[in-house]
Every structure is written in C-alpha cells, then in structure tokens.
Design a protein around this ligand. Structure first.
Ligand SMILES: NC(=O)c1ccc[n+]([C@@H]2O[C@H](COP(=O)([O-])OP(=O)(O)OC[C@H]3O[C@@H](n4cnc5c(N)ncnc54)[C@H](O)[C@@H]3O)[C@@H](O)[C@H]2O)c1
Length: 311
C-alpha cells in the first residue's frame, strides 16, 4: 500500500487486514501521519516502512500493489507541486515495476480531477475531460492523467493486471483538518464557532462519498477483471451552500457564512456517473451525507481539540 499512512490508504489497510491479507504500508509521511496507523501497531500481519516511492523500492514478494501515494488536497498539492508530479510519474513507474516483477495485481488511485472542469455532466468514464494543462491545479490533474496512461501502458506492453479507480470527493475520520477540502474545512470552522468560508456564491456542486463506501468500491474493483477506469463516488449532488447547512445541522453550530472569491479553475460541478460500477461491481454507496457527517463528528471534534491544544 503506497500512501498507507494517508487518509484513504490507512482505511484500505484496515479493510485488507480484515479480509485476511498481510499488508506492508509504505509512505514518506509528506501529507500522511503515523497516528493513522497507530491502532495497527500490534497487528502481526501489518508492517510500515517509511520510504519515498520516487526512489525504486522493493518489499519482497507480494500479490497486490495499491498505489495511493500522492498529495491529494488542493492545499497539499499546491504546496508540494513538484513532489506531486514526481510521485505521479516516477512513483507510479516504481509501483508498477513492483507489480510487474512479482506478477501482482496493481490498482492506481486516480481521481475525478482527470475530468477537470467538466463540460459533460455527470461524468462518465468515457469522458476525456476538460483540463487546463498549465493552470495551478495542473500539477495534480496532469500527474494523475499521466499515472493513468502509465498504468494502461503496463497493461498493454507488459500484461500487468492493472486497475484504475477514479475516486470522487471522499470524506470521513482521519482526514487532515487543515487540508482545505470542503468537509474538514466546514467541520473545523463550525466546531470552532468560526464563519464557514464559501468560495464564490456557493452554487457550485459537489458529491461527497463516505469513506467506508469508497473503500468497499475500491476493494471490489481491485478484485474484478476490469482494466479501464471506474468511477467510485457518491452521485448525490449538493451545492456547497447545502453542504454548509448540513454541517451546521449536524454540529449544532451557530456559525455564519462568509463569502470569498472562487479559486482559479475551480470546477463548477462534479458528479460521478456510477452506472459502470453498479453494473460491473454491484457497488453503490450506502451512506448519505448527513449520516456520514454524523459518523465523522467525533473524529473531527477530537482533531479540532488537538489542533487547539497544540497551537
Ligand atoms: N480523498 C479523496 O477525496 C480523493 C479523491 C480523489 C483521489 N484521491 C487519491 O487517493 C489517494 C489517497 O488520497 P488521501 O485523501 O488519502 O490523501 P493523503 O494525503 O491523506 O494520503 C496520501 C499519502 O501519500 C503519501 N505520499 C505522498 N508522496 C509520497 C511519496 N513520494 N512516497 C511515499 N508516500 C507518499 C503521503 O504522505 C500520504 O500519507 C491519492 O492518490 C489521491 O490522489 C483521493
């Protein structure tokens, strides 16, 4: 599991261990945290290695490679633009080489960002996207598009058994509270009684997938025979204003809304078409936004408390 100390990587480690696998998580802790794996410290089938996947690495014989390493939030990839391009290119080659060497299955964690600011809505996997290759988001978008191309090339040229998941906006416990994504941002602001920041007029839409649903979809895809990208996300669309209101309801906060200009290239709409995942994997999300926020509340309360104490 590359990126195993991250938000999704750590949950995926849990899911695979629960499935009976032995797991080696590798991570350079650029944006991840060891505390995400602390609960596995006594698990004999789990091992953590601190390393940078942009250098060649080898964990010994393995049957699966899950490649999740990459800064993922706009705050993180803006701060680490070069590292983001490197992990999507060099890091992906190294992870693919490992799968090739051991005849392992490979899963690339891709993203809805491959669709850019989409002209087609909702987004089907067949849509090629509308991406600005030189804008501030391009370090992430193009890194992920390159990683998809590399993954398909290892399938075509080397017959590696590859899979590509296009992950849409996922939230839940273990997210960093300062990573600038909508849910942690609103939760943090609401729990501190600060104004909730709305970029633009708040009419732009997002779909939010609870982490347990996302992980279930990823595992099903990794076990499937599908080699081309599959969207895994929640297709229920909310405006940012609706999301803010749900956060206020769930937290019981009296925070107000504060409006700020929309960032450059911010997508106006994002919603996965999950017909393919339903058909091929029998997968669809089960947790709605309100329940997902309720299930995340305790984690965010703790994380906000810790952040205040450590200031
Ligand atoms: N969370 C989402 O909503 C979402 C949406 C789309 C795609 N994704 C993808 O899923 C993956 C995981 O995202 P996340 O939300 O868990 O982010 P995260 O930042 O919590 O996890 C990424 C992990 O990768 C590690 N990493 C980065 N560069 C590395 C390197 N060179 N070598 C080793 N480790 C490295 C980080 O330290 C971190 O632990 C990413 O590839 C991301 O692009 C996530």
């Amino acid at each position: 599991m590359t990126g195993g100390a991250g938000f999704l990587g750590s949950h995926l480690c849990d899911a695979l261990l629960a499935d009976g696998c032995s797991v080696v998580a590798v991570d350079n802790l650029l944006t991840g945290r060891l505390s995400n794996l602390a609960h596995l410290s006594n698990e004999s089938r789990f091992e953590f290695r601190e390393l940078d996947v942009c250098e060649p690495f080898d964990c010994g014989r393995l049957e699966w490679v899950f490649h999740l390493a990459s800064p993922a939030s706009p705050v993180d990839y803006s701060e680490h633009g070069i590292e983001t391009l490197q992990v999507g290119s060099l890091g992906t080659f190294h992870a693919l080489d490992l799968a090739r060497k051991y005849g392992a299955r490979f899963l690339q964690a891709s993203t809805s960002e491959c669709y850019g600011d989409p002209l087609e809505h909702p987004q089907k996997e067949t849509y090629w996207g509308h991406v600005n290759p030189i804008g501030p988001r391009s370090v992430y978008d193009e890194s992920k598009r390159f990683a998809e191309a590399a993954t398909m090339a290892y399938l075509r040229y080397y017959k590696v058994d590859t899979h590509i998941v296009r992950i849409f906006n996922t939230y839940g416990p273990r997210m960093q509270i300062n990573d600038g994504r909508v849910v942690p941002n609103f939760m943090k602001q609401a729990l501190r009684g600060e104004d909730l920041t709305i970029y633009g007029d708040g009419s732009q839409t997002r779909s939010f997938c609870y982490v347990s649903d996302e992980i279930e979809g990823i595992v099903r895809l990794a076990k499937s025979d599908e080699h081309e990208p599959v969207n895994i996300g929640n297709p229920t669309e909310f405006t940012i204003l609706e999301c803010a209101q749900k956060v206020l309801d769930v937290t019981g906060s009296k925070s107000k809304l504060r409006y700020e200009p929309l960032p450059v290239d911010d997508p106006k709409q994002r919603r996965p078409d999950i017909t393919k995942a339903k058909r091929l994997l029998g997968w669809e999300p089960k947790v709605d936004l309100e329940n997902g926020l309720r299930m995340s509340l305790e984690y965010f309360r703790g994380a906000v408390g810790k952040a205040i104490v450590s200031r």
